[in-house]
Design a protein around this ligand. Structure first.
Ligand code: MRU
Length: 330
C-alpha cells in the first residue's frame, strides 16, 4: 500500500504523516493550530528540509481566517515556526516567502494570499523533485550501485524526494539499480524511512549500519553516493544528517563520486561557509537508547544532528536547474 504524503492540506487543516511511528504504524494527524505544528516539527513527526518548509508554510496560515488580528496572528506563528529547527534553511526560506507576501497584502486578503503562497511552495517543490530526478537519472544509470544516507525521499520532501528522485527515475527507465542504505543513527531515518520507501517502490536495496559504510564503499560495491542537504552554503559546503561527512570522506579516499541532490531553495547564498551553518544539537536521550529502550548507561552525551561536508568532496549538486557547481550567488 503506498504511503500517504508526508504533508497534505485538506479542508482548512494541515495533515502530517507521523514519521516517528514508521515503519510500524501509518498514522496521519490533523493540525489546526500553528503551535502544534511547531511541536510536530521539533519532535520530527515531519522532518527533512523541504517537507518542514512546506509544513511550516501551511502551518502559518492556520486559524488566520478566524483571527481578530490576522496580521499579528501570522507574525507570531511565523516567528515560532521559523525557530522550530535551526539547520534546514527551507524552513526559514518558506516562512520568509510568506512574510514577503504578507507585506504586499492588506489584512482583508491576507489569509487567502498566504494559503495561495503555501500551495505554490508545495507545487514548486513537486516540480523540483521531478527535475532533480531527470537531471540525476543519467548519473545513476552510469553508476547503478548507489549508497545513500538518512532519508531524502518523498517523506523528507514531496513526490520523489531529492536524493532518491534520480534513483527512482533510473529504475523506472530500466537501470539495474541497487541501493546501500545507511541506517542513520541515532533516529534511524535510513532504516525506518528510506528502506521503507525503496522497498515499497520495488527497488533492490541492502540496509547497512553506519559503521559498515566505509567498508562497503572501499570494497568496490558502490559506484556513487548521493545524499540530500539541509543547507548548502555559498561556497558549496553542505550541512546534512550526521554521518554524511564520513560517507563523503570514504568516497573521496576510494575514488567514488559523491553527489548532493537538493532544490535551489536549500542553497543559502547568505551563508558564506559551512562553518556559519547553525548545527542543531538534540536531546542526549536519542543517543542513550532508541524507541524508549535504553541501550547505554546513564552517561553524558553529545548529539549533533548534522555535520558539514566540505565542497571539495562533492562531485556535483543535482538541482532542478541541472547538475551545478559552486560558488552560489544570490
Ligand atoms: O533530522 P532530519 O530527519 O530532518 O534530517 C534530514 C536530513 O538530513 C536528510 O538527510 C535530508 O538530506 C535533508 S532533507 C531532503
Amino acid at each position: 500500500m503506498p504511503l500517504p504524503p508526508a504533508v497534505d492540506y485538506r479542508d482548512g487543516a494541515l495533515v502530517l504523516l507521523d514519521q516517528t511511528r514508521l515503519p510500524g504504524e501509518v498514522v496521519q494527524d490533523v493540525y489546526t493550530h500553528p503551535d502544534d505544528v511547531v511541536a510536530a516539527i521539533r519532535r520530527l513527526s515531519v522532518r527533512g528540509g523541504p517537507a518542514i518548509g512546506i509544513a511550516a508554510a501551511y502551518g502559518a496560515t492556520l486559524g488566520l481566517t478566524e483571527a481578530r488580528d490576522p496580521r499579528r496572528r501570522f507574525e507570531d506563528s511565523a516567528a515560532a515556526l521559523r525557530a522550530a529547527r535551526p539547520t534546514a534553511v527551507n524552513l526559514m526560506w518558506a516562512i520568509d516567502r510568506l512574510r514577503h507576501r504578507a507585506e504586499q497584502m492588506t489584512d482583508v486578503g491576507l489569509a487567502d494570499a498566504l494559503l495561495v503562497e503555501a500551495r505554490a511552495i508545495h507545487a514548486e517543490d513537486r516540480l523540483a523533485c521531478r527535475s532533480i530526478g531527470e537531471y540525476g537519472r543519467p548519473l545513476v544509470e552510469a553508476h547503478p550501485n548507489v549508497l545513500t544516507h538518512c532519508n531524502a525521499g518523498a517523506l523528507a520532501v514531496s513526490e520523489m524526494g531529492t536524493a532518491l528522485a534520480p534513483i527512482y527515475a533510473a529504475a523506472r527507465a530500466g537501470a539495474p539499480v541497487h541501493v546501500y542504505v545507511d541506517e542513520t543513527r541515532p533516529l534511524l531515518q535510513g532504516a525506518r524511512l528510506t528502506a521503507l520507501e525503496l522497498h515499497e517502490a520495488g527497488i533492490a536495496l541492502s540496509l547497512i549500519t553506519d559503521s559498515m559504510a566505509a567498508h562497503v564503499i572501499g570494497s568496490g560495491r558502490v559506484d556513487m553516493a548521493i545524499v540530500g542537504a539541509d543547507r548548502v552554503a555559498a561556497n558549496g559546503d553542505v550541512a546534512n544528517k550526521i554521518g554524511t561527512l564520513g560517507v563523503a570522506i570514504a568516497c573521496s579516499h576510494f575514488g567514488v563520486p559523491f553527489y548532493v541532490a537538493c532544490p535551489y531553495s536549500t542553497i543559502d547564498p547568505a551563508t558564506a561557509h559551512g562553518a556559519d551553518i547553525p548545527i542543531e544539537e538534540r536531546d542526549g536521550a536519542e543517543v542513550l537508547g532508541f524507541n524508549g529502550q535504553r541501550t547505554a548507561p546513564d552517561v553524558s552525551t553529545y548529539n549533533p544532528a548534522f555535520d558539514v561536508t566540505p565542497a571539495a568532496l562533492v562531485a556535483g549538486f543535482v538541482t532542478e536547474r541541472g547538475v551545478v557547481q559552486p560558488p552560489f550567488t544570490p
